[in-house]
Design a protein around this ligand. Structure first.
Ligand SMILES: NC(=O)c1ccc[n+]([C@@H]2O[C@H](COP(=O)([O-])OP(=O)(O)OC[C@H]3O[C@@H](n4cnc5c(N)ncnc54)[C@H](O)[C@@H]3O)[C@@H](O)[C@H]2O)c1
Length: 345
């Protein structure tokens, strides 16, 4: 069983902590926040109100810390989640990630890997130098529907890949930076696109501001992938949840699939054949809600680390998080300059 700590006890850190308590591969030993009340409240909740299925439930093992360095030195965990946020939801990841890597921990960081490419590059490089596993919570691809779609693709049922259309929208009224929506929401969509179509070569982006907003809260991206696939991505922070919020369509010469909400339904439309194949998330035994994307993603990281996977085998790695952020940096440059921008290698 891996001994785990979580750094950054906002809503997302608490969600990671709950999942580490439930998962049979992990034992949560410490939580940390620079806001003492947040660390204390999380530790108290995890000890006093253990989840029913928790293998360690109620044993009082989760300790609260207000300083990540102190926690790492005292508890010496095998693995850490870094669930801090900050400016553009990513500026606070760097320091605790580097601290955890220096302490010899495998790290699962939240997305965006960082709001600064240079910091993301340093984290990925440091993990590589230390031969530690570094994953990012790119949870949208860790679903049975996405797995099945990938299987269809690997079986050759799409033929030669031609195009991808991706979209995702939620309501997020925060106005922290002009590029907040692009940098903080689209690590997910770009990762899903890269998952199916590989590296992106060039990007062009237009964006708009919804009434009353000062940030680029809705955006449209055109992409060309290195393998010649062409793609489009539409995203928004302006639309209330309720109806489906995410869609991924990938097409090739032999067939096309569409995934609705990344977990609810996947449909394969074979070219020249009137019969389609539909996977629908079942009521029993399927994914219960969006939190299951976190459960699946975290379990996969625990599984890979437990099995001794090498750092470059990690699904949804730091390198994947960095590659997505470089695509978004190119999109921002395109938006500013009204040009097609090549993604930095
Ligand atoms: N994967 C997803 O689907 C998903 C969904 C929502 C949010 N997120 C990501 O999760 C992250 C956290 O989101 P949140 O809403 O919980 O944020 P939040 O701001 O509410 O919580 C972050 C916490 O980290 C603490 N913190 C910052 N620096 C610290 C440090 N060095 N040591 C210890 N504690 C520190 C802060 O005090 C704060 O309590 C963000 O990066 C966000 O982008 C991911």
């Amino acid at each position: 069983m891996l001994r785990v700590c979580v750094i950054g006890m906002g809503p997302i850190g608490n969600r990671h902590a709950d999942i580490y308590c439930e998962d049979a591969l992990s034992e949560l030993v410490g939580v940390c926040d620079v806001i003492p009340q947040r660390a204390d409240a999380a530790a108290q909740r995890l000890v006093e109100d253990p989840r029913g299925s928790s293998p360690q439930g109620g044993k009082g093992k989760v300790r609260a810390f207000y300083d990540a360095g102190e926690m790492l030195a005292e508890l010496k965990p095998d693995l850490c989640s870094v669930t801090t946020g900050g400016y553009e939801y990513g500026s606070d990841h760097f320091t605790p990630t580097m601290q955890a890597l220096e302490a010899g921990c495998h790290v699962l960081g939240e997305k965006p890997i960082s709001n600064e490419i240079s910091q993301a590059e340093m984290m990925v490089a440091r993990a590589r130098e230390k031969a530690l596993c570094y994953g990012i919570n790119l949870n949208h691809r860790f679903t049975p529907a996405a797995r099945l779609a990938k299987q269809w693709q690997d079986e050759g049922r799409l033929g030669h890949l031609l195009f991808i259309n991706m979209s995702m929208w939620i309501m997020n009224p925060a106005e922290s930076s002009p590029y907040y929506h692009i940098k903080a929401l689209h690590p997910h969509t770009v990762d899903v696109m890269r998952h199916f179509c590989g590296d992106v070569e060039a990007v062009q982006c237009f964006a708009t501001k919804a009434p009353g907003r000062s940030i680029w809260s809705t955006a449209q991206f055109n992409l060309r992938f290195k393998n010649g696939v062409v793609g489009s991505l539409t995203g928004s922070y302006d639309i209330e949840r309720g109806h489906p919020m995410e869609r991924c369509e990938v097409a090739g010469t032999k067939g096309r699939f569409v995934i609705e909400d990344m977990w609810r339904e996947a449909t394969l439309y074979p070219a020249g054949n009137l019969e389609k194949t539909v996977y629908t998330n079942p009521v029993f035994g399927g994914m219960r809600d969006f939190t299951d994307t976190f459960r699946n993603r975290i379990h996969r990281f625990l599984e890979q680390v437990s099995q001794g996977a090498s750092p470059d085998e990690i699904d949804g790695s730091g390198a994947d998080g960095l590659a997505a952020q470089k695509v978004l940096a190119a999109a921002i440059e395109s938006l500013e300059t009204e040009t097609v921008v090549y993604v930095q290698p």
